[in-house]
Ligand binder design. Structure first.
Ligand code: ADP
Length: 355
């Protein structure tokens, strides 16, 4: 964890040469890593120490490849607990304006159906009568425009310089794919640029009043996930996995990441759980049965639902016709409806207010 390592590095700098008994970490009032740019707010024990403290911070972090730029600011009031224990940085998390519940959707690996689940869950919640937005932050493979039939679309800005999301199946949609010159353009943005774009995608958007904003994250535990988690008020996270061992091994890491950054886990969604034979109606557990439940029990999270594997899902996704909008009575759509209802219960049970 980047911030933990930064704090450790600051801890190792004592300030005895300045006549102070604290180490550098104990002066930290606030700390925020945005891409590779670090903002630190330090307590200034006495005037005149600004330059020397600044260079001590730079010195402590010189070896850290994920910090390219450090901005040090000072404050005259001490952090709580100074002189006793290392200051616990309070991350100044921002709430996305106009959004009641921000739900992040993560996965361990690519290809497990995270974007398919994000899109169909958004459509399902809209069908249940909620105001829903969907933000495709999967910068390495934005597939939401294809799944929702918005390929090639572009977004525009309103007179207040805010992005106006597109609307489809009752869902407000924004995707990094709407910003790329063509579908085949690889996203080779580096950390800080990427984070700037994503921050704009969350905060400089005319989301208006939304009950839910579904955030389709890139797979894994990279910079995007961590930075968003540290800077944004997220109601909770869902993790999507398929029941194979390889997928479950990676989703464990993603689950631990959400835990470490203090985002409540609302549940796991098991995708491609089984195949229903169209002739006999019999269920075949192609990738194995019971492993997702085992993982969920071990990590103390709920399985919110299991979605069958159905060729109609992928065929319709490729055509921009999400199954939940076009075949509401299919077993897949019913599974999504049940997941949507359980998600709402989880939010209420977690004391996250009322929907
Ligand atoms: P990710 O976002 O995890 O990379 P996608 O949502 O792009 O994964 O899904 C990967 C592929 O699997 C897509 O072709 C998608 O249509 C297909 N797919 C996802 N879920 C299902 C399902 N339940 N049944 C059949 N195909 C599915």
């Amino acid at each position: 964890m980047a911030i933990k390592e930064i704090i450790e590095a600051l801890k190792s700098k004592d300030l005895r040469d300045l006549g102070l008994k604290e180490n550098l970490a104990q002066l930290v009032k606030d700390i925020k890593l945005l891409g590779k740019e670090l903002d630190i707010l330090l307590y200034l024990p006495r005037p005149g120490l600004e330059d020397v403290l600044k260079s001590k911070v730079e010195d402590a972090l010189a070896q850290m490849s994920y910090v390219e730029k450090v901005n040090v600011k000072f404050s005259g009031s001490p952090p709580q607990g100074i002189g006793q224990s290392v200051a616990q940085p309070t991350f100044a998390k921002r709430k996305v304006p106009g959004v009641k519940y921000l739900i992040a959707i993560g996965s361990g690996k690519g290809g497990v159906g995270k974007s398919t689940v994000s899109a169909n869950l958004a459509v399902t919640l809209a069908n249940l009568g909620y105001k829903v937005g969907l933000l495709d932050a999967d910068v390495y493979g934005p597939s939401i425009p294809t799944i929702l039939g918005l390929k090639g679309e572009r977004v525009s800005l309103n007179e207040r310089n805010k992005l106006i999301p597109l609307e489809r199946f009752g869902v407000k949609v924004l995707s990094i794919g709407f910003m790329l010159p063509s579908e085949d353009t690889p996203v080779i943005w580096r950390g800080p640029m990427l984070m700037k774009a994503l921050t704009q995608f969350l905060f400089d958007v005319e989301w208006e009043d939304l009950d839910f904003l579904i955030l389709d994250l890139p797979p894994g535990t990279g910079d995007v996930q961590l930075t968003l988690a540290q800077n944004t008020e997220v109601t909770g996270a869902l993790v999507v996995t398929t029941p194979q061992d390889v997928a479950l091994a990676d989703v464990r890491k993603t689950t631990v990441m959400f835990r470490e950054v203090g985002i409540p886990l609302l549940g796991v969604i098991e995708n491609m759980a089984y195949f229903i034979c169209p002739d006999s109606g019999k269920k075949y557990f192609i990738f194995g049965k019971g492993k997702t439940a085992e993982f969920a029990t071990a990590y103390g999270i709920k399985v919110l639902g299991s979605i069958p594997i159905d060729p109609d899902v992928s065929e319709r996704s490729d055509k921009g016709e999400p199954i939940t909008a076009f075949v509401p009575d299919s077993p897949v759509s019913k599974a999504f409806r049940s997941i949507g209802e359980l998600l709402i219960q989880e939010i209420i049970a977690g004391g996250k207010a009322h929907v």
